[in-house]
Design a protein around this ligand. Structure first.
Ligand code: NAP
Length: 672
């Protein structure tokens, strides 16, 4: 097999490293599959290039433009994913393992491009939360905004998911408008390099937004500044070393760490072998031990079962583990492939040795060299620890391979105490149909985990399982797991941005954030706003309607017509006794309907549909004889398609005394 000479992608060019190259070997055959070096790169210049070119270009784009860029990358990666699958076999991964890495990574980009277009504005900054009133007269107010960091995101990735691990960090980074320099783990850098080539060849990323280092990072850290961010995935030992780098400490560089984790899975106390949750638990522990040959940061390392069920669980696990087909990942019948390298296998063997201090092996032989002599194959190893309360290694030592320890617990408090002995993990799963047990575990243990997955007979079929981080939800965990947080939908984008509090007059604030803020000067509508197309509606364009009196007859008519004959509208004596109303009042929905009747312009025109209300509040009751009037103001606009845009209207309904009786945001789709 011919080996590939990997290249770095630095300052807009593919460049080989100089000097000695490292040999990267196939996990399956031991053959050299790639040669790599990052020597001779000017790391300071790479950072400057990213800041000056990539950062500036990305910040000039809106969130929606960046999201469309991600969409184009999804298409490019999908079209060429077969080449990635082919390379991935060399990492020891089966086709199913590679699916998690490659399709999982592309899927993460896909989720982010969709969320970016739906949940973020077509804008350069992101408003966080509501406007805060800071003064009585309303001339001084406050709000928060996010803007992209003006530095570089340095992504340092682990070997086990060379594609997913890279894309799950890149998606929120690029969406935020921040350029990235990616440093994949050397052992599987050939796969990451191939994915980067596809993205660069797609020619959709501005120059400088993505660079690649296939080897050590040299003096890169020496050139970091406070606007940069390091996002690290790997072992706790490397994380500790990197985050205490003097430049990180001195400059206050953001450092996000995703590191190893002693994840627990717990079988509920009620889940006897007859309960569906028993079989689901056994299947999941086996799956987590064997997918990616257990080289998953989220894999189940500690399997906790009720003490009386321990023997039954062990027997079921051993029976299934014995049937796991270990072999060449290219073979279709293979269920578990190889570890990434022989040195990784040695590391796992040493860790199993440490775990044996607390328990004994009940399945598998760590010293066997199955399949072939040159590949990094290892049998799945199940240990049993009788006294987990007195044990240390099982709660502390992560054997990053097909290794798990089975242990007993006595009751919910005990299960919580044992789960928490991991000192912070990425995920805990609970196999129970008992909702009381589920809640007890969350109250007692959620603070120790980034994610808690409940799996039972009702959810199992559609469940994504214990080990899969989802782009919509946060991935990361406290303490031992690194204390970092990634993904979590738009939350992940904000990690690459700075939140800033803005204070000032609403005229200034609304002009800065391009949103109507009450108190800013408005523009009286000389033409009805419903006659104006999307692009002709300025923020602050306001229609004030005439007043309409609400009579008792209106209320009774509305009640009969809708069937809403609630006593507060229909029964004077009962309404009088109500502490809030003191007499009959109009329906809230009547106020909404009459408000629409006041502000709508009926003829066909640019308003295509009313598709919802947000933040609706009925502030004050309206009594028969009172009159309502509406102020309808253009609050915010988002172009959704080239010819259609969403208009958010601020609607305030007032009474005869000018007091607000109802307020809400109305959403319409308008022709552009
Ligand atoms: P590792 O040895 O800590 O390496 C992680 C990354 O750090 C690699 O890219 C490595 O590059 C780089 N690195 C090491 N020393 C460095 C230095 N001085 N300066 C700059 N970069 C440096 O971890 P690994 O063996 O690749 O990965 C396995 C570990 O990652 C496991 O413990 C696993 O639990 C954890 N993990 C965690 C998550 C998560 O999301 N929490 C996900 C996957 C894996 P080289 O390869 O070139 O040394």
């Amino acid at each position: 097999m011919k080996s590939i000479a990997l290249r770095n992608y630095a300052e807009g060019k593919w460049v080989p490293g100089s000097g000695a190259t490292a040999e990267l070997r196939s996990a399956v055959t031991g053959d050299v599959v790639a040669l790599t070096s990052s020597q001779g790169l000017d790391f300071g210049a790479m950072l400057r290039f990213a800041r000056e070119h990539g950062g500036a270009a990305l910040r000039a784009l809106t969130f929606h433009q960046r999201a469309r860029m991600l969409k184009a990358l999804v298409d490019a990666l999908t079209a060429k994913k077969d080449t990635l699958y082919e390379l991935s076999y060399n990492t020891g991964a089966t086709k199913a393992d590679s699916w998690i890495d490659i399709d999982g990574g592309i899927g993460t980009f896909a989720v982010y491009q969709g969320k970016g277009r739906r949940e973020l504005p077509d804008e350069h900054l992101l408003i966080d939360g509501d406007v805060e009133a800071l003064s009585r007269g309303g001339t001084f107010q406050g709000l928060h905004v996010y803007t992209p960091l003006q530095g570089v995101a340095v992504h340092i990735n682990a070997f086990n998911f060379p594609v997913w691990g890279m894309l799950e960090k890149l998606a929120p980074t690029l969406l935020a408008g921040v350029p990235a320099i990616v440093k994949p783990a050397t052992a599987t850098a050939y796969l990451a390099e191939a994915a980067v080539r596809i993205m660069i060849d797609a020619d959709v990323l501005p120059r400088g937004s993505l660079q690649l280092i296939v080897g050590p990072t040299g003096d890169l850290f020496e050139h970091l500044t406070a606007q940069d961010i390091v996002s690290f995935t790997g072992s706790a030992a490397t994380a500790a070393k990197l985050k205490s780098h003097p430049v990180i400490v001195r400059e206050g560089v953001r450092f996000v760490a995703e590191q190893d984790s002693l994840n627990a899975s717990i079988l509920g106390p009620e889940a006897t072998p007859e309960a569906p949750e028993f079989a689901l638990f056994v299947k999941e522990v086996v799956r987590e031990m064997t997918v990616k040959a257990g080289q998953k940061c989220t894999a189940i390392r500690r399997a906790l079962a009720p003490a009386p069920l321990l023997d039954a669980v062990q027997a079921a696990l051993v029976a299934q583990l014995k049937n796991v087909n270990l072999g060449d990942p290219r073979e279709e019948a293979t269920r578990m492939g190889a570890l990434v390298s022989l040195s990784q296998r040695e590391d796992v063997r040493a860790k199993i040795g440490a775990l044996e201090r607390d328990g004994s092996i009940v399945c598998g032989d760590p010293n066997a060299s199955p399949v072939n002599e040159k590949g990094a194959f290892l049998q799945a190893i199940l240990l049993r620890c009788e006294r987990p309360w007195d044990a240390r290694a099982v709660h502390d030592v992560e054997a990053f391979g097909p290794v798990a320890t089975l242990m007993p617990y006595n009751d919910a408090a005990d299960a919580i105490a044992l789960a928490n002995r991991g000192r912070g993990s990425l995920v805990m799963s609970v196999f129970t149909h008992d909702v009381g047990f589920a809640r007890a575990l969350v109250l007692g243990s959620a603070a120790f985990h980034g994610r808690v997955a409940f799996i039972d007979r009702d959810s199992a079929k559609e469940s994504t399982g214990h080990g899969s981080p989802m782009p919509h939800l946060v991935h990361g965990g406290p303490g031992r797991a690194g204390g970092g947080e990634e993904m979590g939908g738009i939350r992940g984008v904000k990690h690459y941005m700075q939140r800033t509090a803005l204070q000032g007059h609403p005229r200034v604030l609304s002009a800065v954030v391009k949103r109507y803020i009450a108190g800013m000067p408005t523009q009286d509508a000389e033409q009805h706003p419903f006659r104006r197309k999307f692009h002709d509606l300025p923020i602050g364009y306001q229609l004030k309607t005439k007043a309409r009196e609400i009579t008792l007859e209106d209320i009774e008519h509305f009640a009969r017509f809708t069937g809403d004959t609630f006593y507060a509208h229909m029964d004077e004596a009962a309404a009088k006794a109500n502490p809030l109303f003191g007499g009959r009042v109009a329906h809230g929905y009547l106020i909404l309907a009459f408000a629409a009747g006041l502000f709508v312009d009926p003829d066909p025109g640019p308003v295509l549909a009313n598709y919802g209300l947000d933040n609706l509040r009925f502030v004050k009751p309206v009594k028969p004889g009172d009159a309502i009037q509406v102020a309808l103001t253009v609050k915010d606009k988002t172009l959704r398609k080239p010819d259609q845009g969403e208009v958010r209207w601020d609607v305030v309904v007032t009474n005869r005394d000018g007091e607000t009786v109802a307020a809400y945001d109305l959403l319409t789709m308008n022709a552009a």
